[in-house]
Every structure is written in structure tokens, then in C-alpha cells.
Design a protein around this ligand. Sequence first.
Ligand code: IMP
Ligand code: MG
Length: 186
Amino acid sequence: MQPTPVTESEFNNPRLEILIPTDKLQARIREMGAEIARDYVGRRPQLVCVLKGAMVFMSDLMRAIDLELSIDFIAVSSYGKGTRSTGEVKIVKDLDEPMEGREIILVEDILDTGLTLSYLVNNFRSRGATSVKIATLLHKPDRRKVEVEIAYKGFDIPDEFVVGYGLDFAERYRNLPYIAVVRGLA
Ligand code: IMP
Ligand code: MG
């Protein structure tokens, strides 16, 4: 029996409208990496990736930072998602490396309301990090609820739900090599 041929392309899915193409993402991430390398010269930053969404960005960004550095991962989930976000965040997978005395660069896929990153910045400071800076690939300025300082930002985007390059809709689309808007979402 013949296996069912795979004819559908996920990357050319007609419901996806490309917002930021691959070449623009990669060029901007290279610039961000060069900027970080300049700012942290002579230091040894620790990059903390917020799973799962930031993994694709993190993987590009770290290879664009020509410095000695280390990496770590954290996974969080927010309480009351969708209804009323209290800004309370639950750590689902904690860091493996000590924070004490380290210069942390928090690597995130998107800054939306800012509640997640605001919680993490305070949490890392309370654990003894010397400094905590944010590097985010995307930023939705219209959605901001709390003040969060962004040190490195890839792109400002409009208030639309985006997927790809690590970002998901119900765990789908993380593998798209570009950022897209999904048409036909409720
Ligand atoms: P915040 O706490 O509201 O800033 O939430 C940020 C998190 O919400 C991100 O890390 C994403 O996981 C998720 N998120 C916010 N906007 C989008 C989007 O447009 N697409 C996919 N995920 C999003
Ligand atoms: Mg995320």
C-alpha cells in the first residue's frame, strides 16, 4: 500500500498573510546581536529564553552575538489567560543556572501587555541578578498594560494576532520561517 502523499504546504497556507519575511527577520536579528555584542563587551551575559515561543529568535540571536556568553531556559504560564490577566505568572520550568551576580538578557518572542516580562524582570532581580535587560523580537505598543523597559527590540507590529518564528496559535505554526497574521480567526 502506498503511503498517503503529503501535498499540503504549511508554509504556503492561504490563511497566512506574511507580515515580516524571513530575510527581514534575519537582517534585524543580526543587527540586534551586533548591538548586544557592543554593549556587553568585556562582560559575559546570560541569555534566558522564555519557552517555547522565544526559541527560534534565541537561536538566531545568540549566533549573532560575538562574545563569551551562557544560556538558560525558563517556561511560564499566566494565570487567568484570556479573561482577566492578573499579571501573576506561574513558572512551569525554572532556570538551571544561578542568577546571582549575573548580567541577564531576557529573550522573549513578543511583548504584548508586558505582564509576563514585568513579572520575570522583578523575579530575576530578587534572585540576585546584577542586571536584567529585555530583548524582544516583536512589540505590540497598543496593547501595553504595564511599563516595561525594552533594551533591544526587533519590530513594532500592529495589534493583530501573529504566528510563526516560534509563535503559535494553539501550538500550531511555530515552525513558519516568517511572521504572519492568520486570517479568519474569531
Ligand atoms: P504578555 O504578558 O501579555 O506581554 O504576553 C506575552 C505572551 O503572550 C507572549 O510570550 C506570547 O506567548 C503570547 N502572545 C501575545 N501576543 C501574541 C500573538 O500575537 N501571537 C502569539 N502569541 C502571543
Ligand atoms: Mg511566549
